[in-house]
Ligand binder design. Structure first.
Ligand code: HEM
Ligand SMILES: *[C@@H]1O[C@H](CO)[C@@H](O)[C@H](O)[C@H]1NC(C)=O
Ligand SMILES: *[C@@H]1O[C@H](CO)[C@@H](O)[C@H](O)[C@H]1NC(C)=O
Ligand SMILES: *[C@@H]1O[C@H](CO)[C@@H](O)[C@H](O)[C@H]1NC(C)=O
Ligand SMILES: *[C@@H]1O[C@H](CO)[C@@H](O)[C@H](O)[C@H]1NC(C)=O
Length: 330
């Protein structure tokens, strides 16, 4: 009897070990590995496309990380940020001022094209974007930030600019508003501070921080840094969409904790960046991240995984889009 019981237990344990771990949100790592439609290695395909684009222009990697954030914070990680305007949906999320300057869309489109060739109708755009943001983080951090991405997301059917404008924080936001918008998605202030570290890569257009340098450099900004921005942005004759600057002037293509040193030095572009030291509690978090790269990287991984599970569609919800920029019904 005892031997038989142990055998059954062993069998159950072995079976359990074979099943992929199911996460809270109903996603699982390696979701596509068990899909009989797909003999291609889905994640390796995405990784190689990301590698190719990011080798040519590391800024595209920054674009992918931002795209994933903007997808997940608005109606969940459902690919809604990818939708182009069309006659049936003239004002999707892309039309929101919060989505100005998005880039990296061609990477998602290219990966999708390859995967539709290998296994049509199977891999969601939302998953491709989640994989791509992970791959970009990995490359830009020289391997410091790498993590498994639970998958099985489905693509959403709706995308509206007003949703993006409501859910995404504007660059002029104060700490209270930032805290509120992140709390609305289940994130703590520590996670807000941790995720803001993504502003150690990529760029911003002059219009995104104009009020911090015009007419005068803000008192919350380093004077010399501000004067440099004024000179660069003077070349932009229009509405601030033509000229852009690096967020981290030291190592703009390296995803690391340098951002926190920049915040403390007043060398960051947005009020939302400075706002993290406008309060003693969050200032301590900034100082903690500035002092400990490895601890920040570990927290960034946790927060990215959590972000990737926001309000996802799974099972037979939503659809698998044929093209990432348009829903299947047009
Ligand atoms: C805390 C509130 C945040 C605000 C107010 C904010 C705002 C902005 C703005 C205005 C830009 C520049 C857009 C442009 O002018 O081209 C930007 C860029 C960027 N943001 Fe944020 N962001 C926030 C949080 C985040 C988070 C949580 C992430 C990801 C984890 C992120 C990742 C990025 C990246 C990587 C870029 C550079 C994109 C590129 O170079 O194309 N941001 N952000
Ligand atoms: C979607 O992208 C493809 C390829 O870039 C393009 O030809 C098509 O017009 C786009 N669809 C919409 C609705 O913009
Ligand atoms: C397999 O591919 C077909 C389209 O070719 C699709 O309708 C079906 O949902 C796919 N099955 C799975 C399990 O992804
Ligand atoms: C900008 O600086 C100048 C010179 O210091 C000062 O006269 C002016 O009042 C300032 N303008 C604003 C809006 O603070
Ligand atoms: C915040 O810290 C500063 C100095 O570090 C101190 O003078 C101030 O009283 C603190 N404020 C609060 C509300 O604790």
């Amino acid at each position: 009897m005892a031997r038989c019981g142990a055998g059954v237990t062993l069998l159950l344990v072995s079976l359990y070990a074979l099943l992929p771990a199911i996460t809270d949100a109903g996603l699982q790592e390696g979701f596509y590995k068990s899909n009989t439609n797909c003999t291609a290695d889905v994640e390796a395909t995405v990784a190689s496309v990301v590698q190719q684009y990011v080798s040519a222009d590391r800024g595209v990697g920054a674009g992918l990380i931002r795209l994933h954030f903007h997808d997940c914070f608005v109606k969940g990680c459902d690919g809604s940020v990818l939708i182009d305007p069309s006659p049936v949906n003239p004002d999707p999320e892309k039309g929101s001022p919060s989505n100005g300057g998005l880039r990296g869309l061609e990477v998602i489109q290219d990966a999708k094209r390859q995967l539709e060739g290998a296994c049509p109708g199977t891999v969601s755009c939302a998953d491709i974007l989640a994989f791509a943001a992970r791959d970009a983080s990995n490359i830009l951090s020289a391997g410091a930030i790498n993590y498994g991405v639970p998958s099985g997301r489905r693509d959403g059917l709706a995308s509206a600019a007003s949703d993006a404008t409501q859910s995404l924080p504007p660059p002029f936001a104060e700490l209270g508003r930032l805290t509120e918008l992140f709390a609305a998605k289940g994130f703590t202030q520590d996670e807000l501070v941790t995720l803001s570290g993504a502003h150690s890569v990529g760029r911003a257009h002059c219009g995104s921080f104009a009020e911090r340098i015009r007419p005068n450099v803000s008192e919350t900004m380093d004077a010399e840094y501000g004067a440099g921005l004024q000179r660069r942005c003077a070349e932009d004759a229009g509405d601030g969409a033509a000229v852009f600057v690096d967020q981290d002037q030291g190592t703009p293509a390296d995803l690391d904790n340098q951002y926190y040193g920049n915040v403390l030095a007043g060398k960051v572009l947005f009020n939302s960046d400075w706002a993290l030291i406008s309060d003693n509690t969050t200032r301590q978090m900034v100082e903690g991240n500035a002092a400990n790269q490895a601890q920040w990287a570990a927290k960034f991984i946790d927060a990215m995984r959590k972000m990737g599970a926001l309000d996802v569609l799974t099972g037979d919800q939503g659809e698998i889009r044929r093209f990432c920029n348009v829903t299947n019904s047009g």
